[in-house]
Design a binder for this molecule. Structure first.
Ligand code: ATP
Length: 435
């Protein structure tokens, strides 16, 4: 098991301003969350790292940002209107509702403990419904997207044509998705509004299996490359009965959460299901013209689909460490520096103007490159503890000696070692460390 409990990590997230419950002052909306000043940085850094790996560093993948509201026909064609459902049961004794496929024992209500009290399971569609325009009738019904992927499929031809793309190529997208989950929970793990990072990789049908293996490997190493302990990751292949309606093969990247193994990302071979469906429903030719064979084909699609918010949560959990230093417990988030909300903290030793002024000057200079926190409150020990707890890799202390030697102390979060660095070489010093 990972060392930190769900309670400890969610308390830290709230206490330090990573995550707040949505509408908290009105009692809280249990299934949506707001990312506070630190959380928004962490989440953005996770998304930036994904974008960098999936788009920036590659010559075969381009990006997209499609609308959340799409024509209802999109969700008819994709099959979501009909089959994007979870089995819902209700307990006749306590009226609690559960998702049948997630229960430990399908006959026992985890809320009241009674056996055999469930109603017949019914398929509950997870899509949020709303209406376009002032008239709330069936004609104007639209859904909030439950996945970002369909925005990519319906733009397949636009993107291919305008960017002169040849197979194999991918389209990546990060954005909000909405699912009216029966049982949201485990903090930000399962929410009704969340963010996804999805990429559709279009390839020749005969090459789909090889690309599937390739993407499984790439995605696993993305997590470990950003600091997730490999012992906390596993790959789990779906059995036949578990596959989504569009998938020929799926493997989940699971993470060892405080409650056990659970999904971080699904990698699926969606075959040509979506393009075929959209061609049939829209009447547009969505086949790919292969200049080599002079044939029109439906490409196959390999999709690595990760949750941005869920992944951010896993990075937070995995970074959490405690250790004893001088008989005191130190909590430290060992976040990879690329993910840390602040890269540097600037801490004047005292509140005296003669130290505040150079500290402000240093902070202003460093802010041109990185997210920096200037903290002038409390004792230096407490300020170090705060920075450790929010994962800031380096703390720069300005002390009275700095006024004479024009140098500052740079403290390393992980080793707690301190280097004396001349002020005019500080940027260069940190650039090397944060490279
Ligand atoms: P589950 O079986 O847990 O409901 P899923 O297999 O339906 O999830 P996918 O459709 O494969 O999930 O979605 C891809 C990714 O999007 C998931 O791996 C997860 O990281 C993220 N995700 C899906 N649903 C939610 C949610 N309700 N809250 C947060 N993230 C989610």
């Amino acid at each position: 098991m990972t060392q930190v409990s769900l309670e400890t990590i969610s308390n830290l997230a709230k206490k330090r301003g990573f995550v707040f419950q949505s509408s908290e002052i009105y009692g809280g909306l249990r299934s949506a969350y707001d990312y506070g000043p630190l959380g928004v940085e962490l989440l953005r850094n996770v998304k930036d790292q994904w974008w960098r790996a999936m788009v920036q560093e590659r010559d075969d993948i381009v990006g997209l940002d499609s609308a959340i509201l799409q024509a209802r026909e999109v969700w008819r064609a994709s099959g979501h209107e009909e089959v994007f459902t979870d089995p819902l049961v209700e307990c006749r004794n306590c009226n609690a509702r559960h998702r049948l496929d997630k229960l430990d024992d399908p006959d026992v209500c985890p809320n009241c403990g009674m056996r055999g009290t469930f109603t017949e399971a019914r398929n509950f569609n997870l899509m949020f419904r709303t209406h376009m325009g002032p008239v709330e009738d069936d004609e104007n019904l639209v859904y909030l997207r439950p996945e970002t992927a369909q925005g990519i499929f319906i733009n397949f031809e636009n993107i291919r044509r305008t960017n002169r793309l040849k197979l194999p190529f991918g389209v990546a997208q990060i954005g909000k998705s909405f699912r009216n989950e029966i049982t949201p929970g485990q903090f930000v793990f399962r929410t009704r509004e969340f963010e996804q990072m999805e990429m559709e990789y279009f390839c020749r049908p005969g090459e789909a299996e090889a690309w599937f293996e390739y993407w499984v490997e790439q995605r696993m190493s993305w997590y470990t490359g950003l600091g997730i302990d490999p012992a906390h990751l596993r790959l789990r292949h779906h059995g036949e009965e578990e596959l989504s309606h569009y998938s020929a093969m799926t493997a989940d990247v699971d993470y060892l959460f405080p409650w056990g193994w659970d999904e971080l990302e699904g990698i699926a071979n969606r075959t040509d299901f979506d393009l075929r469906q959209h061609q049939e429903h829209s009447g547009e030719d969505l086949r790919y013209y292969d200049p080599d064979t002079e044939e029109r084909i439906f490409p196959y699609v390999i999709e690595p689909a990760a949750g941005a918010t869920r992944t951010t949560f896993a990075f937070l959990i995995d970074a959490y460490h405690t250790e004893t230093v001088h008989d005191e417990t130190r909590v430290v988030l060992r976040l990879d520096h690329r993910l840390a909300p602040y890269k540097v903290a600037v801490l004047p030793l005292s509140k005296k103007e003669e130290l505040i002024e150079p500290a402000q000057r240093i902070a202003a200079e460093l802010r041109r490159r990185w997210m920096v926190e200037l903290d002038t409150t409390q004792s230096i020990g407490r300020r170090y503890r705060r920075q450790d707890e929010i994962g800031t890799p380096y703390a720069v202390t300005v002390d009275f000696e700095s006024l004479d030697d024009h140098a500052v102390t740079v403290r390393d979060r992980d080793t707690m070692s301190q280097d004396r660095v001349s002020m005019d070489r500080l940027v260069e010093h940190l650039e090397k460390k944060l490279a």
